[in-house]
Design a protein around this ligand. Structure first.
Ligand code: BG6
Length: 484
């Protein structure tokens, strides 16, 4: 199958850090269809050769195991082409249209790895130049707007040029092998389904912690913040994956219908909820891996008076028969104690105790997303130390390490998603109504913050965020997994 991948933002960060390395991995593993051409688009002047050598030098920064040898790069570079294009010039789109139509590949993928301000003008020009044929797929990178209104406006313009089944909205968390394993755990095994409900589950925790700061993206991040950057999309998609009903089949719309139902059932915020169940934080200077790191307000591109949050913790509830009353705690932040993303399902304690157990001990299922991909099932058992007292139980766990079991060289998120776009599989992409529902739910938080003069609570870099986050969850009698 021949394909053209037209990559807007071809010289940008995302292209060389994620997309081209992912395409190279697919090329190396022989999963990228053979008749491919990648047309990188940007405003600078480059010949094909100059672009290839630019990418070759960028690839030097890729992890050694994923870096091409000279011979591999030569072969991969054969796919790479460059086209200068200024999005404000219709004549430049004319040149692009000629290039694409001349070859008339089976599939044309247009990937918009550019700021959302360009989505509408680019889509309009693509349509005006006949680049929205039935075999064209358009890929949109987040952020898709900064609130419900701007998100709707983008979706409307894009839908003016492309059908919904041609639009691939990326949430790269859905491409992670660990998230696919979560679907497999829930819908490929009968074991947990009967337990997956309010009668047996006491609470659920979703943590996406990063130890990195805002790096070179200070100016962008300062107008975004953790709620828009991580909660509205990645964290809520994880919540959907953990809370959705079993879909009727594995087709994209069956899955997306169920995710949408979860988002629609999220309990609406009231002012007391917002006050008690949402914590925002901002990192101050601190220590990460023994090194001093600056506070957020001292990062390049960040306003020294900024009130942008780099941390959010919140408690959500899903109003449904399955989940009513079960708290879902979501937490994400930058410059936290480590890079660690996991979901913890806390089961209820036994209804009647005949053994002595450590205080608060109960079964737990820990789904680790990164850096390690695995499952841990925490049980209570009689340990060797209790020789004289058989009535005392100790916590033990069954540990399944998917990296060790399947090899850590598994298909990465972007590699998976790019191949899915080329093959036209929409399962792991987000539908517009899901996005809108997620915006609708987070907007009251944004409005609340805009009028709350207290601003975010400071936390030292290298910690687990402001103490108010622990206090929030402790009020319900729970604690975050690392505090157990
Ligand atoms: C991106 C956010 O969507 O996800 C970044 O914009 C964040 O701020 C990144 O660092 C985290 O992705 P991952 O795959 O490294 O957990």
């Amino acid at each position: 199958m021949s394909f053209d991948l037209v990559l807007f933002g071809g010289t940008g960060d995302l292209a060389w850090r994620k997309l081209l390395p992912a395409l190279f991995q697919a090329f190396r593993h022989g999963t990228l269809p053979a008749g491919g051409r990648i047309i990188a688009i940007a405003r600078d002047d480059h010949s094909d050769e100059q672009y290839r050598s630019l990418i070759r030098s960028r690839f030097e920064e890729v992890d050694l195991a994923k870096r091409p040898s000279a011979e591999e790069f030569e072969r991969f570079a054969g796919l790479l082409h460059y086209l200068r294009l200024d999005a404000s010039k219709p004549e430049d789109f004319e040149r692009l249209a000629r290039t694409v139509k001349e070859r008339n590949a089976d599939v044309a993928v247009v990937y918009l790895a550019v700021g959302p301000a360009l989505f509408a003008p680019v889509c309009e020009q693509l349509a005006a130049h006949g680049l929205n044929t039935a075999n064209t797929r358009i890929v949109l990178e987040k952020p898709l707007g900064h609130d419900l209104e701007s998100n709707r406006a983008i979706n409307e313009t894009v839908r003016g040029a492309f059908g919904e089944n041609q639009i691939f909205r990326i949430d790269h968390y859905l491409g992670k092998p660990s998230v696919q394993n979560l679907f497999a755990l829930r819908f490929g095994n009968a074991l947990f389904e009967p337990l997956w409900r309010r009668d047996t589950i006491a609470s659920i925790e979703i943590t996406i912690a990063e130890d990195l700061g805002v790096e070179k993206r200070g100016a962008f991040y300062d107008t975004t913040g953790a709620l828009r950057d991580m909660v509205q999309n990645h964290a809520l998609q994880l919540l959907c994956a953990i809370a959705m009903e079993p879909p009727i089949n594995a087709h994209a719309d069956a899955i997306r219908d169920e995710k949408l139902k979860v988002l629609r059932s999220l309990k609406a915020w009231t002012p007391p909820d917002l006050q008690q169940h949402v914590v925002r934080g901002q990192y101050a200077a601190g220590t990460i891996d023994g090194e001093h790191v600056p506070g957020y307000r001292d990062e390049r591109g960040v306003d020294p008076q900024s009130t942008t949050e780099t941390f959010v913790a919140l408690r959500a509830e899903i109003a449904s028969w399955r989940w009513a009353g079960v708290p879902f705690y979501i937490r994400t932040g930058k410059r936290l104690a480590g890079r660690d993303a996991h979901i913890v399902v806390n089961f209820r304690q036994t209804p009647h105790a005949i053994f002595n157990t450590p205080a608060g001990a109960a079964n737990r299922l820990m789904i680790s997303l990164q850096p390690r991909d695995g499952l841990q099932l925490h049980l209570l058992a009689q340990g060797q130390e209790n020789r004289r007292n058989g009535h005392t139980l100790s916590p033990v766990h069954l540990d399944l390490d998917f990296d060790r079991r399947f090899g850590s060289e598994r298909v990465g998120a972007y590699e998976r998603l790019l191949l899915d776009v080329i093959d036209g599989r929409l399962n792991l992409f987000v539908r517009s109504d899901e996005q809108e529902e997620a915006w609708r739910w987070v907007e009251p938080i944004l409005e609340w913050w805009a009028n709350d003069e207290n601003g975010p609570r400071p936390y030292a870099a290298g910690t687990w965020g402001p103490s108010a986050s622990s206090a929030m969850i402790a009020r319900d009698g729970y604690c975050w997994s690392e505090e157990l």
